[in-house]
Design a protein around this ligand. Structure first.
Ligand code: FEO
Ligand code: CA
Ligand code: CA
Ligand code: CA
Length: 632
């Protein structure tokens, strides 16, 4: 379409990007103006300047093959694979004889979020700790012979379905660095699996609500299992938040006969029963147990230091396809959790606790996520970010609009976001505060369905195949940033894509190399210097490997990604996590060979490459060969 043919009221992509970048000096105010020129992007055609990153590793070349690669000068060692026996009495993976009982004691499938939790609790030990790893979902077509992605649900045997059920959830394994090499500690009392069948409690404002009650659990406070555990977070009191990223496709039955067809549709419960679970458990049948879906799609808190403790679903954080739940203690002591709803046109949320963090009272801290205010983000073109509170009785969240009480606001958080007019984002994945600067990074992975007339300043590209990263700027800086404020400012950090193809509309620091660009950003982590490390999930669409890119967030190297680690074919990179000393970076290589038609035609047998080896999602420990900090 010609520009002149466009509706005047609809800003173009160029209008939006120009408005955002030219406004930066105003946003920073007089004090920040001097820093602005060093921080800002150069717009196309602006004078070239030397851009230099503080990250000094030799950048990887673009690559896409059957194994992983790391920048020269680093080691990237397999630490733990799917199927390794971690719980006492467990058996190692036997590819031809997989079963649910063995899987329940083995490291789970499709590793995602990683929390490194030092031992002992409260220390900053960077050589001994607990690796707490999400296991997002199984890939039956490369676990078992004779299956394709499309027919697995129908063809899997009940034993295979049960095995798949035990392969997701979360894995906790003690790890130790000895003579410079990380190893798992087998049979540790901390080693534990949390799976699709583990009993959990439901707490917070929606616990016990009638929409959470079933015949098996009339109290609405106990549920078996967790699933689609994607990214997560670590609380200031040393627990893990594992995020259920939407179990919609694991349910079967007829949604039209379910409890609330409109609610099921809004949460994409279509009865597809992708893993055949509904064949073996009635509760996964929408028309048999209509409230069971409402008992999933929450954030679950796990205490890795208390292996006997029951995990708890925290309903105060709302119900959605949670990607991550990133915590920070606000300057006033309240705890703030950022979480995104990872689907096209979904929202970014923030929880602020009512109570304050008390370093001396861990038991009290473990109740902080049950009481507080959930808000949803609205991004305005003038650079204002408003957090709209989701409180029953306010902003249209009333009984006549379908919200009988506060519990229903939380159970139907997506509908609450619709009602209050939140900004529909391009699939929000990680939302993560930079602990050094206090700025919060919001990662939009992509949105191929956004139409030209649907763009806005915070989602400025139609048919966004590449993703982008926004900065959410609370008032104040560093430790004094007010993460509980009603309004923030916001800005664009980068727009992903290949800068050699202007039609993609990518924006990075102009010093970017031919290897430093990426697509589909997903998880991020910050090193002790406050530099951002960006993992990608979807670069295979562009015939490049998914991997990890490091970048400064301030200074000359701002938004200048440098390619550090590449995944094997079919895999995405997840869960980057640094030890407190910044000398180890753990990464999760998820779904290697997922792009295979069947196991018989597998695209890689990473990481072992034996003639009968299965591809095995694995956590990799990256260290610098000279023992120094990663990236420095
Ligand atoms: Fe599980 Fe949003 O990636
Ligand atoms: Ca994933
Ligand atoms: Ca993700
Ligand atoms: Ca993703």
């Amino acid at each position: 379409m010609r520009d002149s043919a466009q509706n005047d009221s609809i800003p173009t992509y160029a209008d939006l990007v120009a408005a955002r970048f030219s406004r930066r000096t105003v946003l920073l105010g007089a004090a920040g103006a001097a820093a602005a020129s060093a921080m800002s992007f150069r717009l196309p055609g602006a004078q070239a300047a030397t851009s230099s990153s503080t990250l000094t590793f030799p950048e990887l070349k673009k690559v896409y093959d059957e194994t992983h690669h790391v920048a020269e000068g680093y080691n990237a060692d397999i630490l733990v694979r799917w199927g390794e026996a971690i719980v006492s009495g467990g058996k190692e993976l036997d590819a031809a004889n997989q079963n649910a009982a063995d899987q329940a004691k083995q490291f789970g499938y499709n590793c995602d979020f990683i929390g490194y939790m030092p031992l002992p609790l409260g220390s900053d030990n960077s050589e001994h700790g607990l690796l707490c790893v999400n296991n997002e979902y199984p890939n039956p077509h490369v676990m078992f012979p004779g299956l394709t992605e499309d027919d697995a649900a129908k063809k899997m045997t009940p034993d295979q379905i049960k095995t798949a059920f035990e392969s997701w959830g979360h894995s906790i394994v003690e790890v130790k660095k000895t003579d410079g090499k990380w190893q798992t500690v087998k049979d540790s009392k901390f080693n534990r699996r949390i799976t699709g069948t583990t009993e959990m409690a439901i707490a917070g404002p929606a616990a016990g609500h009638k929409l959470l009650q079933t015949a098996a659990d009339p109290t609405g406070t106990r549920v078996f299992g967790t699933g689609y555990n994607c990214s997560g977070g670590v609380t200031p009191w040393g627990t893990i938040l594992t995020c259920e990223e939407g179990l919609s496709d694991t349910f079967g039955g007829d949604p039209a006969k379910g409890g609330d067809p409109a609610l099921l549709e809004r949460y994409a419960y279509d009865g597809s029963d992708y893993y055949g679970f509904a064949r073996i458990e009635e509760r996964f049948n929408l028309d048999k147990v209509p409230n069971e879906p409402n008992r999933f799609d929450w954030v679950v808190e796990i205490d890795p230091y208390e292996p006997g403790e029951t995990p708890v679903k925290r309903t105060a954080l709302g119900r959605m396809s949670h990607e991550a739940a990133s915590c920070i203690v606000n300057a006033d002591g309240r705890v703030v959790v950022y979480t995104g709803d990872d689907d096209y046109f979904e929202y970014i949320f923030r929880f602020v606790s009512s109570g304050k963090f008390d370093p001396a009272d861990r038991a009290a801290n473990k109740k902080l996520l049950d009481e507080g205010t959930l808000s949803v983000a609205k991004f305005d073109q003038d650079g204002t970010l408003t957090w709209i509170p989701l409180i029953h009785g306010q902003n249209g969240l009333t009984a006549e609009n379908g919200f009988a009480d506060q519990a229903e606001v939380l159970i139907k958080a997506r509908l609450a976001g619709d009602t209050v007019g939140a900004t529909k984002m391009d699939r929000p994945e990680d939302i993560e505060p930079n602990p050094v600067t206090g700025r919060v990074y919001a990662v939009m992975t992509k949105n191929k369905k956004r139409k030209p007339e649907e763009i806005d300043a915070a989602n400025p590209r139609p048919e966004n195949h590449y993703g982008h990263i926004l900065e959410m700027l609370p008032p104040g800086e560093g430790k004094n940033a007010d993460h509980a404020a009603d309004t923030f400012k916001w800005d664009v950090f980068l727009l992903a894509g290949n800068p050699a193809k202007p039609e993609e509309g990518a924006k990075y620091n102009e010093g970017i190399s031919a290897d430093g660009w990426f697509a589909a950003p997903d998880n991020v982590a910050f090193d002790p210097k406050g530099r951002i490390w960006i993992a990608s999930d979807g670069a295979n669409d562009f015939d490049i490997a998914d991997g990890l890119y490091g970048a400064d967030t301030l200074g000359d190297g701002r938004a200048l990604p440098r390619f550090f680690f590449a995944c094997p074919t079919g895999a995405e990179l997840c869960g980057p996590a640094f030890t407190p000393d910044g000398k180890t970076l753990f990464v999760a290589v998820q779904h290697p060979a997922e792009n295979s038609e069947t196991l018989e035609q597998v695209t890689t047998r990473w990481p072992d490459f034996g003639s009968d080896s299965l591809p095995r999602p694995s956590v990799v420990a990256i260290t610098k060969q000279d023992g120094g900090e990663i990236g420095s």
